[in-house]
Design a protein around this ligand. Sequence first.
Ligand code: ADP
Length: 786
Amino acid sequence: MNNDFFIRLPDALPETGICAVHQETHEILYYNRFLKTISPQIHIGKKCYEVWNSYCSNCFLRNLEDKDSCHVVLENPSSGKITNMSVSRFMWKDSVPAYIFVIAPHKLIPTEQGLSPVSRLYTKGLVAIFNECIIGNLTKDYYANCRKDVVWTDLPQNGIFSSEAELHSWLDIHPQDQGIFLQYFSRSSLLQLFAMDKDHISKKLRKRMSDGVYHMVEFTAARITGLNEDCWYLLVFRDINDEYLLEKHMNLEMSKLVTAARIAYQMLIAVNLTQNSYYMIEYEHFCTKKAPENGIFDELIAISASTLAPEFREEFRRKFSRISLLTAFANGQKQVSMEMRQLGDDGVYHWISSQVVRVESPYTDDILQITMCKNIDEERRQQEKALEKERKSQILLKEALQKAEAASSAKSEFLSRMSHDIRTPMNAILGLTSLAQLHIDDTAKVQDYLKKISISGTHLLGLINEVLDVSKIESGEMQLSEIDFDLKELVHEAVEIVQPAVRSKNQQLLLDFPEEICTWVVGDPQKLRQVLVNLLDNASKYSENDSEIQFIVREDGLEEASLGNYHFTIKDNGMGIRKEFLSHIFEPFSRAAENRPQISGTGLGLTIVKNIVQIMGGNIEVKSEYGTGSSFVVTLCLHKLKMPKQTAAESTLSSPEPSLRPIRVLLVEDIELNQEIAVEMLHSLGAEVDCAPDGRKALEMLAAKPASYYQLVLMDIQMPVMNGYEAARHIRSMEKEGIAQLPIIAMTANVFSEDVKKSLMAGMNDHLAKPISIEALRRLLHTYGG
Ligand code: ADP
């Protein structure tokens, strides 16, 4: 840079005069352009006291003493202008000792009187606290930047408040916060705010610190009063970054908590019990919005109570009044809660859960609480549902218990009765057998005893069958067969079966079976017969002598021609059934009390009947009037057949009894007594019999004999060594001529339809139920022996 630049630079300075004066001769060595304009008499070589003689009496060089520089503030007595004068020792052109004077207008302080109180009041104290501060005059628009290292009695840094770049760099506000700063701390804003009698304004803003990092600081502008009529102010800042970061963290935690609470509760109220005040933190989603968002707590309680269903009001006031809560908290209680119904803005009562929790604050000793309210309509609904379910299951349990108790008492009653019922015929059988032995030569007596033994045996068999049937039904094992049969014949058979009992009581059994009924149907004839016999038998059993029983069969035409809807009505004019017993009539072991001693029975017959009918897909109804009579109607839907298929059994039954051909039978039976009975019976029918005690022995005997030696095998099922099923399978797989055609008949106490199926699947031809009768054997020999 050349010398010209240095010369022209001072010339460019506005409002600043500069000149150099020889220290010893006081000759002017240099002056700049501005100085010439304010002191036109100035010339190089002229003595300074010749140019400014009016100042000489008060020459400020005296202030310099032995220092290198000093500055003073001067007032031009004529113009009233205040001027900063500074003077420094200097080597002019590196060789001439000179003074350099700088004369500039002084903008900070209009009068020395204005500045000194400011200095006294704030500089020391405020700068000590804040390190830096700005003291300014808004009216005149200037400021001074006071720093710790700057002595106030020296010339302070200063500038124009509204446009000063230095001030802005001191502030160095974060770009995003500059808008707020200007809004509150610009000259016009401060003037406006102070004019509104505000004495200070504080704002938290980000400011760049000396290390270049933004810190959160709190700027405070405070009005300084009592100096003069100008508007003076002080601007300071305080670094609050650590607090801010902590608060931010806490706010984050808090906002998480508040968010969680807002999700869980529709109304959150912060309450200061000591101050009797509240404000709603969350309120928008609550169903009742009658109370203001903040106000007096006592009033809030009064308003809230008025919106509750009347039955909850007293408890609400008792629990949530200010006095109650203060007392509760004083007693160490941390929370108080209540569930109640509150009238919502929708005009409907809602279930509300209100919970009051005491909270501590490090900032105050006041008693504070948070009230949290939420709608619990859904919970209540669920609760009600669960309660209702619970109530229902309690009832069901009770009923089940009652039923179980009833069943168990009926069962024990049944057992004692069974023991009686079994013992009675057994007693008769054994007693009559002894009598028969005693009178073995008296044919008439023996015949009478045998007849009675047979009756008792049949009764015993019926009893056993019924008990077995019930246990089958209860275990769900009862199965139905699907057989073509003649319904008319089945009905006649049933009538025949009960006829002896009917006749013995001199009763009339009237059968009404119209000709037009389609009698060939498909179903389980054995089970249907059991149903009808049971009902007919009851009609006879529970009617007086000489009474009348009607048995009516009807068929409704179903649209589908292959199906028939059959109604079997069995009606008596007997003793009838009491109303209270009628609903229990199908329960197992239930018998009308009045019948028990006189009429034998198990109380199982109708249970079996009802279950069979249900398994068949049918229905049974009963109507009865005590003392008048009863009517049972069974309705079944059966497949109808156009052409009857001839069965072996049917052809046998319908054909006249042919004479029996001699036949050789292999009887496979392990129990000797049974063997003996069967052998005797077969002999009486003219058959020859060989006996095998088990399946294996039977196989050996068959193998040993020539082909077609035996014309029939009677096979017990449960046997030691090899059972009947296995034996039958082995026989069928034997390589012997005619073995495939050899009839094998199961002869077993396993009497259910699935047992019959099993026998057939093992390769047997038919099934004979034990106890066997001569009649059944005769039919068999006819069918298979011929
Ligand atoms: P049981 O005849 O072996 O007692 P049931 O189950 O067949 O058992 O009948 C149950 C009870 O119903 C009988 O004990 C009787 O009290 C009553 N009952 C059944 N049928 C009739 C009827 N036709 N008239 C009057 N009471 C009947």
